[in-house]
Every structure is written in C-alpha cells, then in structure tokens.
Design a protein around this ligand. Sequence first.
Ligand SMILES: Nc1nc2c(ncn2[C@@H]2O[C@H](COP(=O)(O)OP(=O)(O)OP(=O)(O)O)[C@@H](O)[C@H]2O)c(=O)[nH]1
Ligand SMILES: [Mg+2]
Length: 198
Amino acid sequence: MKITSAEFVLGVASLRQLPKNGMREIAFLGRSNVGKSSLINKLCGRKSLARPSTEPGKTRELNYYLINKAFFFVDLPGYGYAKVPEQVRSSWGKLIEQYLKTREQLSLVVQLVDARHDPTELDMMMVGWLDYYEIPFLVALTKADKLPVSKMPRYVADAERIFRRFTRCGGVIPFSAVSGLGKTDVVRAIAGHVNSTE
Ligand SMILES: Nc1nc2c(ncn2[C@@H]2O[C@H](COP(=O)(O)OP(=O)(O)OP(=O)(O)O)[C@@H](O)[C@H]2O)c(=O)[nH]1
Ligand SMILES: [Mg+2]
C-alpha cells in the first residue's frame, strides 16, 4: 500500500461527534511529545499535515485524517503531560478509554513509545487496555535516530520482551520521523488492517 492522499477532516472533543460513515480507523496513541504528529506526517509524506507541537500536551482533540479516501488516521491526545491540570488529564483519559472501548471500526492502534526510555506506567496502562479490549496494536519506538546505532539491538530486544507478552501486540518497530526508519514496516502493518488490495 502507498499513502497517496491525506487530509485533515475533523477534530473531535466528545464521542458524540465521531464520524458515522463506518470507515476503518487506525489510531495513534502515546504520551505527549513522543512523536505522534511527526510519525503521521512521515507516513503521509507531508511536512505539516498533523502539527508537531511546540507546546507539549496541546493536542486535546481526536484529530481525524482521511487517508487514500478510504480510511482514517486518528491522532489521539497525548497523555502524561505533567503541567496539564489533573481534571483535564482525567477527562482526556476517559475520552481515550471510551474511544478504545467502544469504537467498532477501530482496526489497529499504533502505540508510540520513546525508543530511548523504558515505557512509562501510563504506556503500560494503555497497552493493558488495548489487550483487555482485544484491540490489535503495534509498538513504534520513536526518535530512534537519537539512539546510538550500537545500542539499538538491545533496546529493541528489551522492548520486544516487554510488549510481546501482550496477546494483541503485532510487533515492535523502531521508527524515526527524521530518517524515515521503520516507515515501510509501519505502513505495511497498517495495510494489513484496512483491507487494502493495493
Ligand atoms: N529527532 C527526532 N525528533 C522527533 C522525532 N519525532 C518527533 N520528534 C520531535 O519531538 C517533538 C514532539 O513531536 P510531536 O510529533 O509533536 O509529538 P506528539 O506526540 O504529537 O505531541 P503532542 O501532540 O503534544 O501529544 C517535536 O519537537 C518533534 O520535532 C524523531 O523521530 N526524531
Ligand atoms: Mg501531536
């Protein structure tokens, strides 16, 4: 599959506003600043489709992008940003959990984790939810270009060990929005979940 078109269609702040056309959805989940918008831009070959944040925690809505006029990418609000008031944080958490729990057309979640660090408690809680709600997911280890090449195999092996024990985990892919590392693998995995015949 090749991504040939991508357009922003909608920002959603409550579940009532979700699109009702039944198109499949691929959601991108990860802590604030982990590189969700940058990854989406890289996959789509666009510089500023999804706005990379200058202010962490800024994406407060579920942002919908129509891909190849056939399915959606959903950029979920980043979690875990300390400066966001507790009340706002918990309402995002609820929005994300309700979305994951109820969205039938959700076909795959790309869970982003910083390649350089151990997954956070919230990362582990998220993949726990994904497994519990039986949602297939993929782990993208972001900002892999910041990792010394010599350390990469060990970091990837550690992440594999952590995430592969979840039944719904379909793979762990080192990714860089700077070099494009992992892009082909992520697109291939997505293609397998959107019935692409290309
Ligand atoms: N070196 C490097 N920097 C990256 C990469 N991906 C993202 N960044 C940088 O990390 C910062 C955050 O990236 P975003 O894509 O905005 O992260 P986000 O997860 O969308 O953030 P929120 O929307 O706030 O949740 C930006 O300064 C990016 O330029 C990468 O693969 N390599
Ligand atoms: Mg973002």
